[in-house]
Every structure is written in C-alpha cells, then in structure tokens.
Design a protein around this ligand. Structure first.
Ligand SMILES: Cc1cc2nc3c(=O)[nH]c(=O)nc-3n(C[C@H](O)[C@H](O)[C@H](O)COP(=O)(O)OP(=O)(O)OC[C@H]3O[C@@H](n4cnc5c(N)ncnc54)[C@H](O)[C@@H]3O)c2cc1C
Length: 453
C-alpha cells in the first residue's frame, strides 16, 4: 500500500477554514470492515431550529438524542461530512472509565476526595449510556471483553505504576497487580515489566457505536444533515445564532458546538485558542498467523496501553489483526506521510521483536484523527457565550465519556443544573499565545521522547 497516494491531504483545524463538505472517510479498518446503515435524511435544511448541534460525532449525536428524546426539542444536527466522520469513526475502540489525563489520585490531590468520587460516579453513568448503545446495536458493538492492561514499559516505570495501584484501591478495588511473572501469561514482550489489569474496560467497534447513537437520535426525531458544514457563524444582537452552510442559512435559538478536535480555528471567537488539536494515529496489520500469535503470547481480547508520556496502545481485533496506535504528525499536511506509519511500525517492532517479518511489511491500514487537548488536561462542558454550549477537550479519551458528555451539554442547554464537578464549573482555559500552540507541542514531543524511551 502506498500511504502517500492512498489518501488526500488531511484537513487541518489550525489552517483550513472548514472540514467539509464531501471529504472522504479515513482509509480505516473500521470503514472497510463495518457494514453500516446510517439513518438517511433527504430533508432540506430548515430555515429555523430551536437548537442546532454542530458536529455529528459521539458528543453531538448524544446531545441530539437527549434533546429529542428527553426534552422533545426540534433539533437539527449539521455535520460537515458523513455522520461520524471525525474521531468517532477513527478511534481505537478502547472503552474505559476515564477522560482527560488525570487519574483518581490526581483528582483527589487537586480537588479533594469528594470530587474524585463524584467523577467516578460520572464515569459509571457514562458506562451505563454506553451499555444502552450496545444493547441498541444488533452486533453489540462487536464488544471484546477482557479488560485493559496498563503496562510498565520499562523497569523504571514499575514503581510509579505500583504507587498508582495503591491509590486505586479506594476507587477501583477490582484492579489487579500483575508482576513480571503473572504478566507473562498475557504477553511476551521486552517492554512488559508489570501491569495493572482493569477488568471492566472493553474493546468495541467505533463505527458501530456512532451508528447506534445516530439511529437512536434519528428515531427520537432529531434531523441529521450530512455534508453541511457551518462556514460562517454570526451571533445576532437578538441573541439568536445565524449559521451559513453550503445548503443555505439556518437561524437557531441555541447552538451546541460538538466539533471537538475538528473545530476550525476561527469558527467562533468564544472558543478560539482554548483547545489544541492533536493528531493521533493508528495502524492495523494483516491477520497474525497462529505462530506469530503464539510467539507474542498475546491471544486474548485485552486492551493494552503503556506508561509512556506519549503512549502506545494496541489490541487484537476479532479477525486476528493487530491494531497499534500512538501519536501522529503535528500538521495535517504531514499526517499521511509514510514516516508516521513507519514510526508506529518501529514502535511495534520494539514492543514485539518476534514480529520482525510483520513489521517489515506495509500495514494494511493507517489513518489519523484530530483529538482535542485541553491546556489543563481535562474536558469542559460549559456555555462559552449566551445561547452557545459546548463540550470538548477530552485529550484523546472520549469513547466512553462523550456518551454522557453529549447528554450533559444538552441538559445544560435546557437550563439544568449540572453536578458540582470541575468538568462543569469553568470554561476551557485559553492557551497562552495560541498561535504558538504547535511550537509548544513540538517541544513537548522532544521532551517526552527523551524522558520515556
Ligand atoms: C486515532 C484515534 C484513536 C482514538 N482512540 C480512542 C480510544 O481508544 N478510546 C477513547 O476513549 N478515545 C479514543 N480517541 C478519542 C475519541 O475518538 C474522541 O474523544 C471522540 O470520538 C470525540 O467525539 P466527538 O463527537 O466529541 O468529536 P468527533 O467525533 O471528532 O466529531 C466532531 C465532528 O464535528 C464535525 N465538524 C467540525 N467542524 C464542523 C463545522 N464547521 N460544521 C459541521 N460539522 C463540523 C467534524 O466533521 C466531526 O465529524 C481516539 C481518537 C483518535 C483520533
């Protein structure tokens, strides 16, 4: 596969005015291996709506579902491309009780035990909503139970992981400690020194998840309009929101901005400079042979992530392929350069030297997506301006939490009081000198590479 010619240059939120319409889907394993029946809507863009949701990923679709089902609102979802085109069809499908980059111990240290418990409760609610979407999907999202292994990638990382284990006893008592010997029953790798096993996490097919929520939202009465990017947005003096798209203009009483890492830099001044869009990349290999699976000692359905600052993660897919992910390029125009797939392949080869032959082949699939990183490591669900509501900044961990966050931002738009938790109490902080965000990102990547080889 020639990666440089297989996919056109990627949309870049910090450079391009708009992500659509009619951009092709990512060349992803999920796109090729999922038969998806999306809800169809041939309806024309209405001139007015009570609420418009911008972006049809998990956040926007869950917001639309909540608005239509619980509040019987007239809701129109505008998506720049196909439904679920952004991260929600591109991710690795790790469903875990988390978002952002802070664990329970970090939350307890920053905000106290009560807040950490409240966050734990929110994660439980997010899993309940995910379970609902799983039940609504005839293929049950192709769920792969087996839990998540957080693996110390070096001997030096073991003591930090062990201290995390001690802190977790309060919150996740089912978590197990696996020393090197115990871990060898799960995986054979020179980069596996000890691990935490979280039994309740699972793998899923992200496209099936997006489709499940989209179908439920459409059945509840939400109007989903694809290939309808918001190109201009004007907040009028009367408080209403005027949105211009290639299909015409729509005036809304309220807008929920659910464009997350794909938000064009200048779409609306109220959110400008408050998130860093970061490319995350994934490759999928050909199916492993029985001998290869035996050699790496990894045959189960576990999700695996390591302890690096810039993490690598992997899982075996139902058809025996290996999915392996990590950071991508910094700029959209570089995303599809072979170097980035090669970088991941080299990391895979270091994780499993037994797979030298596999790693000398081109991967069967390689793709990237924009995640939204918040300056202080956790997302916000808030109102950045009158009649505008948003939820973004999941820092690359949104498969589970967006199921709740979409509902929460809808509740906020309907005037409900949200729980007194940091997610809901402040705006996303603005990056200092936002025009230099990528310089800072580059410097961070250099530091992380030096720190966590
Ligand atoms: C490679 C990769 C792997 C990942 N793996 C995991 C994982 O295993 N587990 C996990 O928890 N998280 C993972 N994530 C993150 C997770 O996918 C996201 O947090 C989640 O999908 C965010 O959903 P969303 O609806 O907020 O945003 P998105 O799904 O990105 O949706 C935003 C949508 O807004 C649309 N849009 C943008 N601008 C406009 C406009 N002007 N007008 C109309 N529409 C617009 C876009 O087209 C897009 O479809 C991964 C992400 C990537 C890229």
């Amino acid at each position: 596969m020639n990666l440089s010619t297989a996919t056109p240059a990627m949309y870049d939120p910090l450079h391009d005015a708009c992500p659509g319409p009619h951009r092709p889907a990512a060349h992803s394993y999920w796109q090729q291996h999922t038969v998806s029946n999306w809800p169809t809507s041939n309806a024309a863009l209405p001139a007015q709506a009570e609420i418009v949701v911008i972006g049809a990923g998990y956040t926007g679709l869950n917001a639309a579902l909540e608005l239509a089902e619980r509040y019987q609102q007239q809701v129109v979802v505008l998506e720049a491309n196909d439904i679920g085109w952004g991260c929600s069809s591109r991710n690795a499908g790790f469903a875990m009780p988390s978002t952002g980059r802070l664990g329970y111990a970090a939350w307890a240290k920053r905000c106290g035990e009560k807040v950490a418990r409240g966050i734990q409760h929110e994660y439980a609610l997010a899993f309940e909503r995910l379970e609902r979407h799983l039940q609504a999907c005839p293929q049950r999202l192709q769920q792969q139970p087996g839990g998540y292994l957080k693996i110390a990638h070096s001997a030096a990382a073991v003591s930090l992981l062990r201290s995390q284990f001690a802190a977790l006893a309060h919150y996740e008592p089912h978590t197990r400690w696996l020393d090197t010997d115990a871990l060898s029953a799960y995986i054979t790798s020179p980069q596996a020194h000890a691990a935490l096993h979280f039994p309740h996490s699972y793998g899923l097919n992200p496209v099936l998840l997006a489709r499940s929520v989209a179908n439920q939202a459409a059945a509840a009465g939400a109007q989903l309009i694809s290939h309808c990017p918001v190109q201009q947005w004007h907040s009028r003096a009367d408080g209403r929101q005027q949105l211009d798209t290639p299909q015409g203009r729509i005036i809304a009483n309220k807008v929920i901005l659910a464009s997350n890492g794909y938000t064009p830099n200048h779409l609306h001044p109220s959110v400008h400079g408050r998130s860093l869009p970061v490319l995350s990349s994934v490759l999928v290999t050909r199916p492993l042979s029985t001998a290869e699976r035996t050699a790496i000692g990894f045959s189960g359905e576990h999700l695996v992530m390591d302890t690096r600052a810039l993490k690598y993660y992997f899982r075996l897919l139902p058809d025996g392929r290996l999915l392996f992910g990590g950071r991508g390029a910094i700029r959209g125009k570089d995303a599809n350069k072979p170097h980035y797939a090669e970088h991941l392949l080299a990391a895979l080869a270091r994780t499993f030297p037994q797979l030298q032959a596999l790693c000398s082949e081109s991967p069967a699939y390689f793709w990237s997506g924009w995640v939204s990183v918040a300056l202080d490591d956790y997302p916000r669900i808030y109102s950045p301006a009158p009649n505008i509501f948003t939820s973004m900044g999941y820092c690359g961990a949104g498969v589970t939490f967006t199921q709740l966050a979409g509902a929460r931002v809808a509740q906020l738009a309907m005037g409900e009081q949200l729980p007194e938790l940091p997610f809901y109490q402040s705006p996303l902080p603005r990056f200092p000198l936002p025009q230099l965000r990528r310089v800072g990102q580059w410097a961070y990547y250099q530091w992380a590479r030096w720190q966590h080889q």
